[in-house]
Design a protein around this ligand. Structure first.
Ligand code: SAH
Length: 352
């Protein structure tokens, strides 16, 4: 019988774990710092790019670890704004999407957390083909490293809002955050990282316990459970009351302002009564609690497989005004990369 040996990718290791591995190979600890620097600061694609790692150590590493890395399969450049979408080819032939956005403060990359998604939100393209698998730590990292290298830029912000439900890939997500935040690697501040979840309540509590200064965004999309259940199957598992309580707990534990994403869909959740219900929902849910939060309105982006329509700007502005008049902080998300299907809910998985 043959068993396929599962080999770990070398980039899945933290600096401490590399030290332990090197010690077991009778190599000195300072080599771990050098190696981590090549892998995570210089973002090498192959050990051939190193200049201070000897051949005998390279040989040992190749025997023990998978060194391979995903690659950029295709780049789409928007003609409307400076957004760029990347198809990233994974070693097993699956393709995921990442989107680079340019802001005044720097570059932000929207990354995928899974190949596909099985959350089934009715307005989102990422879930149409179902879930194929979780992304490994090095595959999460590869999106940042490949796009940085390709454009010769430093990515300062990450939004985990591409395909997938990040909390269903929790352990890899946390280790990815540790490595991307490491000052010997990309040193990206966790304050500049936003995780968006459809609302997996136990994982919100679990993340809060880690007390990392991340921004947490909840895909709310409805002012009550009836509408939320029509849009998001996860609403059958957790009520809005439970999810809002978990989000409030996240704020109280981390003191990080929380975000509620609300995709505005014409004639589904964008009316004046929906806006008033949303105001009351927050008032009720957060009474006696001082919760700092922002509502991010996202006029729904068109996905060809469903019939949802974008509301016109006057309804969006009216909805915004109602929240603001009730002292709720609101932003309207810009639609970036429209011509390259790079906007929220338009990213997909595919296979080469
Ligand atoms: N699984 C995570 C990340 C999803 S994508 C989550 O559910 O939060 C990031 C945001 O885009 C989510 O708020 C998601 O609900 C929203 N979204 C999905 N499809 C969309 C669409 N067609 N138009 C606008 N926003 C969409």
């Amino acid at each position: 019988m043959f068993f396929k040996k599962i080999v770990m990718n070398i980039r899945d290791l933290t600096i401490e774990e590399i030290k332990t591995e090197l010690n077991a190979m009778s190599e000195q600890s300072y080599r771990a710092v050098q190696l981590f620097d090549w892998l995570h600061s210089k973002m090498i694609l192959s050990l051939d790019e190193t200049t201070n790692i000897g051949n005998s150590l390279k040989k040992k590493l190749v025997e023990k670890f998978d060194i391979s890395f995903p690659s950029i399969y295709k780049e789409y450049i928007s003609n409307i704004d400076e957004t760029r979408k990347y198809l990233i080819l994974l070693n097993d032939g699956n393709i995921i999407e990442s989107v680079l956005m340019k802001y005044k403060y720097g570059y932000s990359l929207c990354i995928s957390s899974q190949v596909g998604c099985n959350m089934g939100c009715s307005f989102c393209a990422s879930t149409i083909g179902g879930l194929k698998r979780n992304l490994e730590i090095y595959e999460l990292l590869s999106q940042v490293y490949l796009v940085s290298r390709h454009n010769n830029i430093r990515i300062s912000h990450i939004v985990i809002m591409g395909s997938g439900e990040p909390f269903n890939n929790f352990d890899n997500l946390v280790k990815f955050l540790d490595i991307i935040n490491d000052e010997k690697g990309q040193n990206i501040s966790l304050r500049n990282v936003t995780i968006s979840t459809c609302g997996i309540v136990d994982k919100i509590f679990k993340l809060a316990d880690l007390e990392k200064p991340l921004t947490l965004a909840l895909s709310l999309h409805a002012p009550n459970d009836v509408i939320r259940k029509e849009l998001m199957p996860i609403a059958n598992k957790y009520s809005i009351a439970e999810v809002l309580d978990a989000m409030a707990h996240y704020f109280e534990k981390t003191n990080r302002r929380i975000t509620f994403e609300y995709s505005l869909i014409k004639d589904v959740n964008d009316g004046v009564s929906n806006a008033n219900d949303l105001v009351n929902l927050f008032k009720e849910s957060f009474k006696n609690r001082h919760i700092d939060f922002n509502v991010n309105l996202i006029p729904v982006n068109v996905v060809k497989e469903n019939d949802f329509e974008r509301p016109d700007m006057s309804s969006v502005n009216l909805f915004k005004d109602i929240l603001e008049n009730n002292h709720i902080s609101v932003t309207v998300r810009r639609e970036l990369g429209k011509d390259i299907s790079g906007s929220c809910g338009q990213l997909r998985a595919s296979v080469k």
